[in-house]
Design a protein around this ligand. Structure first.
Ligand SMILES: [Mg+2]
Length: 214
């Protein structure tokens, strides 16, 4: 068990050392977060402004005024409470992950608040995505670095957040990263320095990259 800030602790002994490892984000990578989140906001008379690649600064009230950042946590918690079990999957995610699981160990590492761990685990199982699942808080680089110290086969990391990719790249250079942004409105907002090894906007392409390289 790795003593990290994840829930539960990551158990490396569950992994098959003869296969590489894919550490896969959940929101916007497996689950179609933005579509559900935007419709949740609209139901509350709130709006998403699509001005930047972040939640902070983009949630507007009915007068189109930015919601103060102190309220964002509450909005996110309410959203996950109501929607974790019913969010749709990103196009192609299920089919590609199933196929990739023949070649890779797969770990789902999601920054969902720990309170909704059980709901997300159930949603993954309901969709037949029965992979090891861990909830994380904050940058993922530290977790990936610890995994890389214990697990000796190749490691890949896929996330829709340029900041999470940067965190992993800076923490552990030998991990290969894919920035996957399946939502075209979000894709237009990417403006960070390029830390990722590969960029993709389709699961089919993720699959091709991952199967070609291993
Ligand atoms: Mg995400």
């Amino acid at each position: 068990m790795l003593p990290l800030n994840t829930h539960p602790n990551i158990d490396i002994s569950l992994l098959n050392n003869n296969k590489p490892l894919l550490v896969c984000d959940a929101d916007e990578v497996i689950f179609d977060f933005m579509t559900s989140f935007e419709s949740y906001l609209n139901d509350q008379n709130l709006f998403f402004s699509w001005k930047s690649y972040a939640l902070e600064g983009n949630i507007l009230d009915k007068n189109k005024k930015e919601i103060h950042k102190d309220f964002i946590k509450e909005i996110i918690n309410d959203f996950f409470k109501a929607n974790t079990g019913t969010m749709n999957l990103m196009n192609g995610a299920k089919k590609s992950l199933k196929k990739l699981s023949n070649t890779y160990n797969i770990i789902v590492l999601s920054n969902i608040p720990f309170d909704f761990y059980d709901d997300r685990l159930k949603a993954l199982k309901k969709n037949n995505l029965d992979f090891s699942f861990y909830a994380n808080k904050g940058p993922k680089g530290k977790v990936l670095k610890e995994i890389a110290q214990e697990f000796k086969n190749n490691i890949w990391f896929i996330d829709d957040s340029p900041l999470q990719i940067k965190s992993v790249q800076l923490a552990e250079k030998k991990i290969k990263t894919i920035l996957y942004v399946g939502n075209s409105k979000l894709e237009k907002l990417i403006q960070y320095n390029k830390y990722w090894d590969y960029f993709s906007n389709k699961w089919k392409k993720n699959e091709e990259i991952l199967l070609k390289m291993e």
